[in-house]
Design a protein around this ligand. Structure first.
Ligand SMILES: Cc1cc2nc3c(=O)[nH]c(=O)nc-3n(C[C@H](O)[C@H](O)[C@H](O)COP(=O)(O)OP(=O)(O)OC[C@H]3O[C@@H](n4cnc5c(N)ncnc54)[C@H](O)[C@@H]3O)c2cc1C
Ligand code: FES
Ligand code: FES
Length: 505
């Protein structure tokens, strides 16, 4: 057992033992480290002004992730390397290629958003596959995705995107300064990994960082009143917006054996409780390609870098994007309390608004997503006011299993935003069973879905809008599109010939 956390900020090693559990990284940096380059805008993960880089060993390789410091807690840094905008310029005053490109391309006006943009851009320029991305169709999408969590109110995005292309081209050819220190930084992080559970106790509160799932199970069974925190992208807002105090936090992501994600021999995908959306993304895209566009629109890069798939289920939000997708796919939730494990179908976990089938001291160990049956039609549609970084008004996730005679053998229609919990449209499903995929079946299902749900009106959408959209999404499912599991995928990504070419012209 260790009684302090340790991490690097720049080249300085910090040991901390006396820490309020809810202390955010942003407050600590600005108020205790005088690192005021990291800005506070929204304080809720939306604007990206507070973006910093966290380096961690992932399968023994140092990987840099951009995160929002305003909803990241200091204790989350145990064993990590933090970089803020102050760490980019060399001692002799040379700017990082991203900073230089922002100067050259006039990527900053008032400058408030600039450090956050720069850190997101540096994260992208440290990607190991940067050279391969240049000149591929993917490049432009990758840049847009990397910057979708950063808001700029005055410069406008065109010069910033130009600066990113220029910096990426420079780094792909000449190397990136942080990646150039990869070996040295990896070695010093390795030296911090001791596999120990950490327990911080002070008059300010208690923080437990269990090293394993067994240690987590024991700690939570002993104090079921503690708050479990995985990525903290929801819990962070309890602190910054609701000013809640959290006397005892138990971390989920410190348990190394919860980081497991793999496809089992039967084709089912296992996602451990500590796996973030970023880590899960390649697996989910292979497993549920129809969900690609929605998965890429969950929060922003910074949010997905911290947010776990299981936290998205654990928070039981009626408008969370993951639950309807996994529910349509027939996922099962693996729960554990001390040494006792049980498995529930995901849809049975959500009982009512704010009420789940989970006992005191019980937690999610992981979620198991079965493979789609042969001949399935799968589609996922997220409807929100903005394309990027917005919570769904309505989300429809659909899986139809077709019989060889063209009739619908099984239908799983799961919705978010239509009730107090994510749930299936059972009456609409019944209207489809045994029927061909025709307009008559569609009309019957659209009529039935009005009986499935009585949605609420709120600031995102009116009840009328939600009901209309829910029925219209079925119409989209019934469009004479190719009946394949890739329906609903992003298509027509902009073409990028070459970063240097675009930067030049
Ligand atoms: C700016 C912003 C944008 C967002 N956009 C989206 C979006 O587009 N779509 C969307 O669906 N969500 C969105 N979210 C919400 C949030 O990011 C997701 O719900 C996320 O997946 C939560 O995961 P986490 O690991 O951060 O959870 P945490 O904040 O760590 O935890 C959330 C809840 O789950 C509980 N919990 C965590 N792990 C476990 C476990 N293993 N067992 C039991 N309980 C557990 C916690 O106690 C807490 O009650 C957004 C959030 C922000 C801040
Ligand atoms: S201050 Fe806006 S995302 Fe952190
Ligand atoms: S430069 Fe002013 S907000 Fe971006």
């Amino acid at each position: 057992m260790r009684q302090h956390i340790r991490f690097y900020v720049g080249d300085t090693l910090h040991h901390l033992s006396d820490l309020p559990p809810e202390m955010t990284l942003l407050d600590w940096l600005r108020e205790q480290q005088s690192r005021t380059g990291t800005k506070e805008g929204c304080n809720e993960g939306d604007c990206g002004a507070c973006t910093v880089l966290v380096g961690r060993l992932e399968q023994d390789r140092l990987v840099w992730r951009a995160v929002n410091a305003c909803i990241h807690m200091v204790w989350m840094l145990d064993g990590a390397q933090l970089l803020t905008v102050e760490d980019l310029r060399t001692a002799s005053g040379t700017l990082h290629p991203v900073q230089q490109a922002m100067v050259d391309e006039h990527g900053s006006q008032c400058g408030f958003c600039t450090p956050g943009f720069v850190m997101s851009m540096v994260a992208l320029s440290t990607r190991a596959d940067l050279a391969e991305l240049e000149g591929t169709l993917d490049g432009e999408r990758v840049i847009n995705e990397a910057l979708a969590g950063n808001l700029c109110r005055c410069t406008g995005y065109a010069p910033i995107v130009r600066a990113m292309k220029k910096a990426a081209a420079h780094c792909a050819r000449n190397g990136e300064p942080i990646s150039a220190r990869q070996e040295e930084l990896t070695a010093r992080l390795r030296a911090l990994q001791d596999g120990k559970t950490v327990e911080l106790r002070s008059p300010k509160g208690r923080i437990t960082l269990p090293a394993s799932v067994d240690a987590l199970a024991t700690a939570y069974a002993q104090d079921p009143a503690a708050v479990l925190v995985a990525g903290g992208t929801d819990v962070g807002l309890w602190v910054t917006k609701r000013l809640r105090q959290l006397p005892h936090i138990i971390a989920v992501r410190s348990a190394q054996d919860l980081h497991n994600i793999h496809t089992r021999p039967d084709g089912a995908l296992w996602i451990g409780a500590a796996v973030t959306y970023t880590e899960a993304m390649p697996h989910l895209l292979a497993h549920l390609p129809a969900a690609e566009q929605t998965l890429r629109r969950i929060g922003s890069t910074q949010v997905r870098n911290a947010a776990t798939v299981c936290g998205n289920i654990g928070n039981a939000s009626p408008i969370g994007d993951g639950p309807p997708i996994f529910m349509a796919a027939g996922a099962q939730l693996h729960l554990r309390c001390a040494g006792v494990r049980r498995v529930v179908p995901l849809e049975a976990f959500f009982l009512d608004y704010g009420k789940q089938d989970i006992q005191p001291g019980e937690f999610i160990e992981g979620v198991l997503v079965p493979p789609l049956a042969q001949g399935s039609v799968c589609a996922v549609y997220k409807v929100s006011k903005r394309f990027d970084q917005d919570i769904s008004a309505v989300l429809g996730a659909f899986v139809l299993v077709m019989a060889t005679d063209g009739t619908i053998q099984q239908a799983r229609l799961a919705y978010g935003g239509m009730a107090g919990i994510p749930c299936r449209a059972k009456k609409a499903e019944a209207a489809m069973l045994g029927q061909p995929r025709t307009q008559a079946t569609l009309r019957a299902a659209q009529a039935a879905i009005q009986e499935d749900f009585t949605p609420l009106s709120d600031m995102r959408a009116s009840a009328w809008y939600r009901s209309t959209v829910a029925a219209n999404l079925l119409a989209r499912l019934f469009e004479p599109a190719p009946a394949s599991s890739t329906e609903g995928m992003t298509t027509g990504a902009p073409t990028l010939q070459n970063w240097q070419e675009l930067a030049d012209g």
